[in-house]
Design a protein around this ligand. Structure first.
Ligand SMILES: NC(=O)c1ccc[n+]([C@@H]2O[C@H](COP(=O)([O-])OP(=O)(O)OC[C@H]3O[C@@H](n4cnc5c(N)ncnc54)[C@H](O)[C@@H]3O)[C@@H](O)[C@H]2O)c1
Length: 355
């Protein structure tokens, strides 16, 4: 069962945050604000970043030594916000040291590594949660409800644009931005991804595409097209869902009104004479539903805390993290094969992808 409460934890979960670069400060701020969590320390290799943390949060202890964090008996859980290529080694070491882990997306950079981490967590009876923040977004979940209740009708297709200027990173734009779209799409569409094709564009370094175009085919379901880029003049975070009854535009940059539901589409009119099917256009109301203004990261941490204390399965669970790494791996392979479609060989481990 999914639960976002913040007050029923048996005792505060004592956490260490590893990595205080761009995203780590958001995690540290949220941990400090969370009633059911205690921040034990922050582990950061770069002394200037560690100093920035101490200056922003008086009294917070920092260290450069991951080993000392992992051997600290006062720490129940580790939150990992280091670059993706470091996730496997840090998460494996944390699980082997008996710590629950919340690791930023993606869970790992290969499906083999991701499976190994999932198995390690299962064997140790520890929680391994990938940080797919968007599955906690109230706007994303509102659209999920519209789809689940049939309000939108059959989903014909989805298009997504996720673009802005930077931040240029080692693993390429697919590894950086695609996990967000994959997590949102797997939350909305109740079937696994069968096949992925991807093409890209590398302007500055041949091995690092800053732009990618990805097409996903869901098993027995719709197609989704996703544009990702670090090379765009302004920030775009827009997803359009085209259904048989309604169309939805979700714009994550429109913080006060992120979701619009359009009663628009085409219908097949009854034939006037035999064989004369005609299309009629429908252009009805646009509804802007109210969306709870809660920070998704706060909800994600509440779920992490709740699941450590209860053994429940988090909404962003290891099966979702693995499915996303498998789709990413297929997309990278397709990118290297000029966009040839690549099958996604999912191994679901029996866990629900989204509940
Ligand atoms: N959920 C989201 O919306 C979201 C947004 C941005 C980034 N992220 C994820 O967060 C993670 C970090 O991304 P970022 O942009 O902050 O990267 P970053 O490079 O800005 O920061 C990473 C930090 O980790 C530190 N570090 C590296 N190895 C370390 C180690 N062994 N021990 C301690 N510190 C170490 C580095 O010194 C650096 O300060 C990535 O997995 C990224 O995908 C998630």
């Amino acid at each position: 069962m999914f639960h976002l409460g913040t007050t029923e934890c048996a005792r505060p979960v004592r956490v260490a945050v590893v990595g205080y670069g761009y995203w780590g400060p958001n995690l540290v701020r949220n941990v400090l604000q969370h009633a059911d969590m205690r921040l034990v320390e922050v582990c950061e290799l770069d002394e200037s970043r560690a100093q920035a943390c101490r200056q922003r949060h008086t009294g917070v202890r920092t260290t450069t030594r991951l080993e000392s964090v992992l051997s600290n008996p006062d720490t129940d859980a580790v939150i990992v916000a280091t670059p993706p290529r470091t996730h496997h080694a840090i998460v494996a070491a944390a699980l082997r040291a008996g710590k629950h882990v919340l690791v930023e997306k993606p869970l790992a950079t290969t499906s083999e590594q991701a499976r190994e981490l999932v198995q390690l967590a299962l064997d140790a009876g520890l929680l391994l949660m990938p940080g797919h923040t968007f599955v906690y977004s109230p706007a994303v979940n509102l659209v999920a409800d519209l789809i689940e209740t049939g309000e939108i009708g059959d989903v014909h297709f989805v298009t997504s644009s996720r673009m802005n200027l930077g931040k240029y990173q080692h693993g390429g734009v697919l590894c950086d931005l695609a996990p967000h779209d994959l997590s949102i799409l797997l939350r909305w569409i109740d079937s696994p991804i069968d096949q992925v094709s991807a093409t890209g564009c590398s302007v500055f370094r041949a091995d690092t595409p800053e732009t990618a175009f990805m097409t996903l085919q869901f098993a027995g379901g719709p197609t989704a097209n996703v544009q990702l880029s670090w090379l765009a003049p302004r920030k775009v975070r827009q997803i359009v869902v085209v259904g048989s009854r309604r169309m939805v535009v979700y714009d994550d940059t429109a913080s006060d009104e992120p979701v619009r539901v359009y009663d628009r589409g085409m219908d097949v009119a009854e034939p006037v004479t035999f064989g004369e099917h005609q299309l009629t256009y429908r252009s009805g109301d646009v509804v802007i539903p109210w969306v709870e203004p809660t920070e998704p990261l706060a909800l994600e941490l509440a779920d992490f805390c709740h699941c450590i204390n209860t053994g429940d399965e988090p909404r962003s669970n290891a099966a979702l993290g693995l499915a996303i790494v498998e789709a990413l791996e297929a997309a990278e392979r397709s990118l290297g094969a000029d966009g040839a479609p690549v099958a996604v060989h999912g191994q679901w481990l029996g866990g629900p992808v989204a509940t």
